[in-house]
Design a protein around this ligand. Structure first.
Ligand SMILES: [Zn+2]
Length: 294
């Protein structure tokens, strides 16, 4: 990769721009609720490539892949578990094609939907599923593995170890927090940002952060809390376009590109190094964030 390591670029003082939502754009195309998004990597590769390109064109320094639900546990719901390697490799190839050689591909790995705590699966089974996914993403040309929307530390640790031990990719791990009535930010499993950060670094993540669940306003608080316990590691944020409002049974994400861009200076001040979007964000949001950073 001619772009080098993401960590080196951050350490040189750059603020980097990541991409926005993929699911939001897939549904704008023809994906129906109940369809398998990852299947589109082989059945509608041009549509997936189109999404990847739209974020590169918007000025993103890095793009994700259409592989969030690409673990064999998730794909099993569609009878596609045995195609996990094929679908993830295809996902990475598509984003690599859009990114060219001078932008990064940060390949998405979301939760398996299985809970170690409940004994749904063993640690080895979780590890093996993430190993299979990470290796396929690396084969397809990923520069980094982006383990995201994590809720449970034990699952995240297995994902990080699987990516570190079986690929040469940089490893990013981001958690999703909810604000409690007391105003604290906790994962669904009850962990605070200050609990999550050292555990994720211990497991081997190069880049830490938070994604989904919140807009930029709340992300500023979460990043500040992460930065307090970890002065050095790059922090990535993929925020939603605000908190969803339910309009006639449909979640609408209200923050406009300009509203998100206006909070970028505060996000950077709180300690963010890599800034992008999650649910409800589009290339227009990423373009506005790019402009704010430049
Ligand atoms: Zn999201």
């Amino acid at each position: 990769m001619s772009a080098g390591l993401i960590v080196d670029s951050v350490n040189s003082g750059k603020i980097l721009v990541s991409d926005g939502a993929w699911g939001t754009l897939l549904y704008k195309k023809r994906l129906k609720p109940g369809d398998c998004p990852e299947r589109w990597c082989v059945e509608h590769p041009d549509d997936v490539l189109d999404i990847a390109r739209s974020y590169i064109d918007a000025g993103a320094d890095m793009i994700k892949t259409n592989s969030f639900g690409g673990s064999r546990f998730k794909l099993d719901h569609y009878g596609l578990a045995d195609r996990a390697a094929e679908l993830n490799e295809a996902a990475a190839r598509i984003s690599r094609q859009a990114a060219g050689e001078d932008k990064w591909v940060i390949a998405s790995m979301g939760p398996t939907g299985k809970m170690l705590l409940l004994g749904d699966v063993t640690e080895n089974e979780i590890y093996d599923a993430f190993k299979e996914q990470a290796m396929a993403l690396a084969r397809g040309g990923a520069d980094a593995i982006c383990i995201e929307t994590m809720l449970a530390l034990d699952e995240a640790s297995q994902a990080i170890r699987a990516a570190r031990e079986n690929t040469n990719c940089e490893v990013i791990c981001t958690f999703t927090f909810e604000r409690t009535v007391k105003g604290e930010y906790r994962t669904m499993m009850g962990a605070l940002p200050k609990d999550v950060v050292p555990a994720v670094i211990e497991a081997g993540a190069h880049i830490i952060g938070t994604n989904c669940g919140n807009g930029f306003e709340r992300m500023i608080d979460i990043i500040r809390q992460m930065r307090e316990v970890e002065p050095d590691k790059p922090i990535l944020v993929h925020a939603n376009a605000g908190l969803p409002k339910n309009v006639n049974g449909v979640d609408i994400f209200p923050d406009t590109p300009d509203q998100m861009a206006a909070l970028v200076p505060e996000l950077i001040k709180a300690g963010a190094n890599i800034i992008g979007g999650c649910c409800g964000t589009t290339p227009a949001h990423i373009r506005a964030i790019r402009k704010a950073i430049d």
